[in-house]
Design a protein around this ligand. Structure first.
Ligand code: NAD
Length: 302
């Protein structure tokens, strides 16, 4: 193996320790800790496990965390009223609504009702606009792209002047990470190309990339011969390709593959993220960082 592995699991531990220390200091200086509420509607098992992980992580770093579970038949108006209550609650700095919501609720209407200054997921149109403007305007970068950028920076990869190719143009990964990499500033200043399903020659674009960020959701879409020797490859894809029995727990678990042929790509790339254990652990970590930032903005110390 020639590539250096960029491990999200290790970077997560570093960042969570940094957040824990900062929370303790703010508590000492200002008598406040970040407050994060997660609103869950119904009992979808996948949503419960995501929310549980968010709440557990928030607890670990010393936040005041609330899990607010609502019945599956809650009306849209009642859910809007609940969000309004948390918007007005001074002890709450971050509001998360776990998706998907039941069909009778318009999720866009719900997400747009969150106060943009408590929208720690960074999906409110105001925060999307702030991200586009860049610089000091940015309050809450969306968590997965922010995690990707953080990994690139912490791995010591040069981004200024680098050719960045992003595979995928979704609103949660492709478009925001492309926008972040093209901005002025640390971990950015890159020349960015976005490729997608209508791109004519995907391979030719990927081959030019000094930093290749792949978020397509297609197992092993990126072939080893598409990778420029020494490039930094960030594999965002999480694809379930089967099941196996876990050696640790003896239970059935999903077999996950990324969007890159990891085994061969790691012989060519200079840096590469594994799946699992790469970008995955960064999303909740950056959510914690955004919630901490929200309190710091409020206290005027960010
Ligand atoms: P999406 O389906 O919304 O978007 C995929 C994008 O990839 C589309 O813009 C599409 O044009 C492009 N694409 C698909 N097939 C392609 C092909 N053959 N050639 C070129 N482009 C192609 O997906 P998403 O929400 O952006 O997620 C992408 C992947 O990243 C998924 O596997 C998802 O599970 C994973 N993901 C991981 C995390 C995390 O680890 N924390 C977070 C978000 C998404």
């Amino acid at each position: 193996m020639s590539a250096k592995l960029i491990k999200g699991t290790e970077i997560r531990e570093q960042i969570l320790e940094e957040i824990t220390a900062e929370v303790a200091k703010i508590k000492e200086d200002h008598g406040k800790v970040p407050g994060l509420v997660t609103i869950l509607v119904g009992e979808n098992p996948a949503s419960i496990s995501y929310v549980t992980l968010k709440i557990k992580t928030a607890h670990r770093v010393g936040f005041n965390e609330i899990q607010d579970t609502q019945p599956i038949d809650i009306s849209e108006d009642d859910l809007l009223a609940l969000i309004d209550k948390y918007n007005k609650d001074d002890s709450i700095n971050g509001i998360l609504v776990q998706l998907p919501l039941p069909k009778h609720i318009d999720d866009k209407k719900i997400l747009n009702a969150i106060d943009p200054d408590k929208d720690v997921d960074g999906f409110h149109p105001v925060n999307v606009g702030r991200l586009m403007i860049g610089g000091d305007e940015v309050k809450f970068p969306p968590c997965t792209p922010a995690g990707i950028q953080e990994m690139i920076v912490r791995a010591g990869v040069e981004t200024s002047g680098a050719e960045v190719v992003v595979v995928g143009r979704s609103n949660i990964v492709g478009k925001p990470i492309a926008n972040m990499m093209v901005q002025k500033g640390k971990g950015a200043n890159s020349t960015v190309t976005i490729v997608h399903t209508r791109t004519k020659d995907l391979a030719a674009h990927c081959k030019r990339a000094d930093i290749l960020i792949v978020a397509a959701g297609v197992p092993e879409l990126v072939k080893p011969e598409w990778i420029k020797p020494g490039a930094c490859v960030i594999d965002v894809g999480v694809n379930r390709v089967g099941e196996k029995i876990s050696e640790k727990t003896g239970k059935k678990v999903a077999v996950l593959r990324g969007d890159v042929d990891f085994e061969k790509a790691k012989e060519i790339a200079g840096y590469i993220t594994p799946v699992p254990g790469g970008v995955g652990p960064m999303t909740i970590t950056m959510l914690m960082l955004n919630t901490l930032k929200s309190l710091k903005f409020k206290l005027g110390i960010e």
